[in-house]
Design a protein around this ligand. Structure first.
Ligand SMILES: Cc1cc2nc3c(=O)[nH]c(=O)nc-3n(C[C@H](O)[C@H](O)[C@H](O)COP(=O)(O)OP(=O)(O)OC[C@H]3O[C@@H](n4cnc5c(N)ncnc54)[C@H](O)[C@@H]3O)c2cc1C
Length: 410
């Protein structure tokens, strides 16, 4: 078992690995290229808007067990806002119909029998289609495996596109099945939505960095690892922008494109999907936080923050090259309708995460490696490793723990 481990990358996977290693008594040095931790899940001050914003809206579900265990460790569970029961408000832009999806808390899904709890225009029997998905293999796409009816349009599409960040005509059924298995199929108690009260960094990132520092971990920002040094079939050092660093063992917790540069033998996903977030500075005079799902619009989800409304569009490769103003203008009418607002479009900011996640397709799934590499003292972590989940916070946190366990077992 190594005594000192270098963790490369302070996204959620790296933070989770660093915490797991620290908990077992290892000394950990966390090396991050950026000026702050968080990677694809972070908050920052946007000068143009004059607001602190998240790089993108993130939704957690109470069934994300590793994430809640992580939050408990870093003492940040209370920084999330969660209703007592699952509630997913929606509006259909084609006809203005509003509804709230309300699965019951227990395991027996009697909510599908209640027209007040399920999406309008759907039948209880439609929901059985989700169970059938479990029997399909990875080559079948979600779009091909279900009838394109109201159930597909008003429940499957918004949920699956958000969970997989992939167009449903190419998205892998098993990855959606694993999300369902850990949430909806476990009953409403596992699908209570949770969002940060303040921001992503305040909930998921800053308390983790503080926990690590309080437990003796050295956290270094602004140091990019540009190469690995090898000797005797092991990794023996890091080439960094600030000079070489000798290492005893390392966790590589960088995005797949960075891992492929550093360890060319590793296979990794190489197709990505963008996510667009459009922040509108507006005093919504509503109790934040909250969100609404939009069916049949350009916006897909709108999150309510204290001082802004924030739109998410997933699987957004089709839109990512559009001019920012064109994007903001195209989603504003959906926001105005959903929140019954009047007046002109307020100050806005479009954030384009071009490689937000790998594309959750059958072909990409085959490229996801486990935590082990050919070297006994180098392991991999990241939402793109073979977690069995799509690229999510839950997957990233699990991957960090898995990498730490493999390293500790050597
Ligand atoms: C806009 C958006 C919305 C999302 N919404 C959701 C959601 O609603 N729910 C959900 O569960 N998930 C969501 N996700 C996915 C989630 O954010 C990711 O799965 C997760 O943050 C990935 O964490 P990671 O640690 O694997 O990778 P990253 O966050 O990419 O972390 C990798 C870190 O490595 C650092 N690094 C890279 N190269 C080097 C190097 N050479 N040397 C040192 N450091 C390096 C990077 O700077 C970064 O900090 C969303 C993602 C985006 C972008």
């Amino acid at each position: 078992m190594p005594r000192h481990v270098h963790v490369i990358g302070a996204g959620l996977a790296g933070l989770s690995a660093a915490i797991a290693l620290t908990q077992t008594g290892c000394t950990v040095t966390l090396v991050e290229a950026g000026p702050a931790a968080g990677g694809r899940c972070r908050s920052y001050f946007d000068r143009e808007l004059g607001l602190r914003v998240d790089n993108g809206n993130h939704l957690l579900l109470s069934g994300n067990r590793a994430t809640f265990a992580y939050l408990d460790t870093i003492g940040a569970r209370d920084t999330l806002a969660m209703p007592a029961e699952p509630q997913f408000p929606f509006i259909d832009m084609e006809n203005g119909v509003r509804w709230t999806l309300r699965p019951n808390l227990g395991r027996i899904p009697w909510w599908v029998l209640s027209s007040k709890r399920r999406a309008p225009g759907t039948r209880p029997s439609d929901h059985l289609a989700l169970l059938r998905l479990r029997r399909l293999n990875g080559e079948v796409t979600i779009a091909r495996s279900l009838r394109h009816d109201n159930f597909y349009r008003r429940l499957v599409s918004p949920v699956a596109i958000a969970a997989l960040n992939t167009p449903l005509d190419v998205a892998s059924v098993p990855l959606f099945g694993s999300v369902m298995a850990e949430t909806l199929f476990r009953g409403g108690r596992a699908c209570i939505p949770a969002v940060p009260r303040e921001g992503l960094s305040e909930s998921l990132i800053d308390p983790a960095v503080a926990w690590l520092q309080a437990h003796g971990c050295e956290v270094i920002f602004g140091r990019r690892v540009a190469g690995l040094r090898y000797g005797n079939d092991r990794v023996i050092g890091l080439e960094t922008t600030e000079g070489p660093m000798p290492v005893e063992a390392a966790v590589l917790a960088v995005p797949p494109w960075a891992a492929a540069d550093l360890v060319p033998d590793v296979t990794s996903p190489n197709e990505f999907q963008a996510i667009l977030n459009i922040h509108f500075r507006i005093d919504v005079a509503r109790e934040p936080p909250g969100f609404i799902g939009i069916v049949g619009g350009t916006a897909e989800w709108v999150f309510v923050k204290r001082d802004h409304l924030s739109v998410t569009i997933s699987a957004a490769n089709r839109m990512v090259d559009l001019d920012a103003e064109a994007i903001a203008t195209s989603v504003w009418p959906d926001v105005r309708t959903a929140f019954r607002l009047e007046g002109r479009m307020p100050p806005w900011r479009v954030v384009k995460e071009r490689r937000a996640t790998f594309a959750a397709t059958a072909a990409q799934e085959k490229l996801r490696p486990g935590p082990r590499t050919d070297l006994p003292n180098l392991v991999l972590a990241g939402d793109w490793t073979a977690t069995g989940l799509p690229a999510t916070i839950e997957g990233a946190i699990r991957s960090g723990r898995a990498a730490a366990e493999v390293l500790l077992a050597t």
